[in-house]
Design a protein around this ligand. Structure first.
Ligand code: ADP
Length: 282
């Protein structure tokens, strides 16, 4: 059975004018209905990947598809499938939340004004105050409300959590999880990994420009183990790093499922340390 892909790249390379490519030969897929965490350090290429799906960046080589639509060939049709929240919420400080919703309804055919207003109320957001007076968490919720109001089947979220406090991050992720439960596909870029444990069902680790891991979260958790680096000889080593006490720890892959899976941030650390792609990640 072939899984339908909401987002797909094939051998995607993006080279800006100077230096190393921001993305190098990236092939990945986000299945329809999945909630995928796109994790990597600053400069890993997360924004470049998201901006490529939006048609804002032109691939140097390779392709990007949104629900089977080649972004390069038909950018407007691909864009119509996408909702987007960027690193800064992209709101107008002098306009109220209601004004934002009215404006979105004019700009985007099919925008669901009633659902957006209901979501504002459910999130406890005042619709009559200038958005500049809302807290950072409320501004992020407004941006998410606008993205969800488009009723786009696929949401691209580019580090929306970075400037939020833990409570606001949880509220934001809860709203995203509701959208996923309603059938929306989500690709969420983040370098804050801890929050995503238990929230996402797939994990893509990008480390400078290359895919290090693209796997089901449950597979990733079940098939990795932390061991002291000194004991890792003969094991399927992913990468090693010094833990908080300065002890060198290795992340290894295991054939058999492990009883005590490592934390998500340790899995990510291992792959970031490795810079190599595992074969056969499911
Ligand atoms: P991330 O979102 O993971 O932080 P980016 O996609 O923003 O990573 O950046 C990946 C690399 O591409 C970085 O080295 C960055 O400096 C470079 N880059 C991003 N945008 C541009 C641009 N418009 N012009 C030149 N280089 C860029």
């Amino acid at each position: 059975m072939t899984v339908e892909m909401a987002l797909e790249t094939r051998a995607l390379t993006k080279r800006y004018r100077r230096g190393k490519p921001a993305l190098e030969n990236v092939t990945l897929g986000v299945p329809v209905g999945a909630f995928v965490a796109l994790v990597g350090p600053n400069g890993a290429g997360k924004s470049t990947l998201i901006r490529t799906f939006l048609g804002f960046e032109r691939p140097t080589a390779g392709s990007a598809h949104v629900l089977g639509i080649d972004v390069r060939r038909d950018t407007p049709r691909a864009l119509a499938q996408l909702g987007y929240v960027g690193q800064t919420p992209g709101i107008y400080t002098v306009l109220t939340a209601r004004h934002h919703i009215e404006m979105a309804a004019e700009l985007r055919p099919g925008f669901d004004v009633d659902a957006a207003l209901r979501r504002l109320a459910a999130a406890g957001l005042p619709d009559d105050r200038p958005a500049g007076q809302l807290s950072g968490g409320q501004q992020a919720q407004l941006a998410l409300t606008l993205a969800l109001g488009t009723r786009a089947p696929v949401l691209l979220l580019d580090e929306p959590l970075a400037s939020l406090d833990p409570l606001a991050r949880r509220d934001f992720l809860d709203t995203v999880a509701e959208a996923v439960a309603g059938g929306t596909t989500v690709l969420l870029a983040s370098h804050i990994v801890g929050d995503l444990d238990g929230a996402c069902d797939r994990l893509i680790v990008l480390a400078p420009g290359r895919v290090q891991l693209d796997a089901d979260m449950s597979w990733a958790r079940a098939h990795h183990r932390l061991v002291p680096l000194a004991d890792a000889a003969g094991m399927d080593l992913v990468g090693s790093f010094a833990n908080r006490r300065g002890v060198h720890t290795a992340l290894v892959r295991t054939e058999d499922p492990v009883a005590d899976p490592p934390r998500l941030d340790d899995i990510v650390l291992g792959y970031l340390a490795a810079g190599r792609r595992p074969e056969g990640a499911a």
